[in-house]
Design a protein around this ligand. Structure first.
Ligand code: GDP
Ligand code: GDP
Length: 436
């Protein structure tokens, strides 16, 4: 089921990112500290009253050196295109400026639900001032304070009221959904064509064109798949489509709907920083990941070439150590047939559930091989473990004191779980929880 999307629009410095960070809350701070992964704080999940939605801080989408008004216009356009409900934010201490009025006219014309947030209303006695904002035409203005966290509840109540009726997508668990991400020109579109052109693939339906991507349903050897193609998206010729942050937004939305994400690299041009950043999004989303090294035809090879390239990939993408690497060429079709089996395997591992008794046997064995460490004279005790979720497989290990469970021991357990259960292609999560 597609989550509703909320976009925050407003001039610089009205407090958009302050509010964004508050709404997104812990989600961002728990993002693991992985070298090579930098988080762009423009798109994330938030939750209010058990409703989960995604939120975009359009202020984070920088659009070159355009003048302020042009940038704001484009940010408003993105919000109109990409979201279900728009929070239009103004600085209540400053009043509505000409730029605010221009943007409000654009939003007004879009017919999207707009909720007006008047920020920096830090004291209750400031609230009297908000009545002037009725004139913007968005109905009741909501006074909030980002720094003090005031008024957000009422604002979100209003936002949620405007969520569209849920589109019931087929949540058929037997269908494997995958997407391709990567910087421009690595060969994503070519690869989509190569996959769909494979002999054993029967394309059944190219109906599901969403505003983010083209979904193509196909079957192969009796298994059903959906390929989520953002690259092949019909281009609408809008200026912001070329910006990096916007393509990131697109990629994040595609990743979210996928079980398996193919991180596509270009053997011809090698690995660059942008590749790592894009791969980081897949990792953070907790999806199954396959690294695809495309354009393998362009590389002059001897018997060590593949190993050397693999080492380079492993070195550059240490956080994706669980992801298999597939070398292929979308153009010559060489080794294309090796891809689908990897997708199936990764997706199965991503959804794998292991039995509690077997899991605990692995724990007992692990403790025998590598006794738990002591910190300042206190020894970590592991009582038992249980799998609490799939997609990705998530484990809770009950211990005497979670503080004693260091990263290195967790890492050791992860490796043991991987050896025992074969989680190739999927991240796994391990949490330590206290039980006396
Ligand atoms: P953005 O450019 O719209 O994302 O704005 P920021 O979130 O970066 O905030 C701009 C400035 O306004 C920062 O210095 C914030 O600390 C400040 N600010 C944000 N919300 C409030 C608020 O509710 N009250 C006050 N007094 N300052 C705020
Ligand atoms: P996208 O922007 O990631 O969708 O990349 P495209 O699929 O549009 O491909 C970019 C360019 O790379 C095109 O000129 C393709 O013909 C070329 N290309 C894609 N895959 C291969 C490949 O496997 N080998 C070679 N030699 N060129 C490729």
């Amino acid at each position: 089921m597609r989550k509703s999307v909320v976009a925050i629009v407003g001039k610089p410095n009205v407090g958009k990112s302050t509010i964004f960070n508050r709404l997104v809350g812990e989600r961002i701070s728990i993002v693991e500290d992985i070298p090579g992964v930098t988080r762009d704080r423009i798109y994330s999940e938030a939750e209010w009253l058990n409703t989960r939605f995604n939120i975009i801080d359009t202020g984070g989408i920088e659009i070159g050196d355009e003048p302020l008004l042009v940038q704001m216009r484009q940010q408003a356009e993105i919000a109109i295109d990409e979201s279900d409900v728009i929070i239009f934010m103004i600085d209540g201490r400053e009043g509505a400026t000409a730029a605010d009025e221009e943007v409000s006219r654009m939003l007004f014309k879009s017919n999207k639900p707009v909720v007006l947030a008047v920020n920096k209303m830090d004291n209750p006695d400031m609230r009297d001032r908000i009545y002037e904002y009725y004139s913007l035409g968005f109905g009741e203005p909501f006074p909030i304070s980002g720094t003090h966290g005031l008024g957000l509840g009422d604002l979100l109540d209003e936002v949620i009221k405007h969520f569209p009726e849920r589109e019931i997508e087929d949540i058929d668990d037997d269908v494997i959904r995958f997407s391709l991400i990567g910087r421009p020109n690595v060969g994503k579109s070519s690869l989509v064509n190569a996959i769909l052109g494979e002999e054993r693939v029967i394309v059944s339906d190219i109906a599901g064109t969403t505003r983010d991507a083209i979904d193509t349903n196909f079957t192969r050897d009796g298994d059903e798949y959906v390929i989520i193609d953002t690259a092949g998206m019909r281009k609408r010729g809008k200026v912001y489509e070329k910006t990096e942050k916007y393509s990131v937004l697109r990629a994040l939305k595609a990743i979210e709907r996928s079980d398996v994400v193919l991180v596509v690299l270009d053997a011809d041009s090698g690995i660059i920083e942008q590749d790592k950043k894009i791969a980081g999004y897949a990792h953070e989303a907790g999806k199954a990941v396959i690294i695809v090294v495309n354009k393998w035809d362009t590389v002059e090879k001897d018997d060590k070439t593949m190993k050397k390239f693999e080492d380079k990939v492993r070195d550059g993408f240490q956080f994706l150590d669980y992801a298999p690497i597939v070398f292929l060429s979308a153009i010559t079709k060489k080794r294309i047939h090796t891809l689908m089996p990897k997708i199936v395997e990764a997706s199965e591992n991503h959804a794998k559930r292991v039995q509690t008794n077997i899991l605990n046997e692995v724990i007992v064995d692990s403790l025998a091989i590598n006794p738990t460490p002591s910190i300042k004279g206190r020894k970590l005790k592991i009582l038992y473990a249980t799998q609490v979720a799939v997609k990705p497989p998530t484990f809770v290990v009950f211990v005497n004191d979670p503080e004693l469970m260091h990263f290195s021991y967790k890492r050791f357990l992860e490796n043991r779980f991987r050896e025992a259960f074969g989680f190739e292609g999927t991240p796994i999560k391990i949490y330590a929880r206290q039980r006396k």
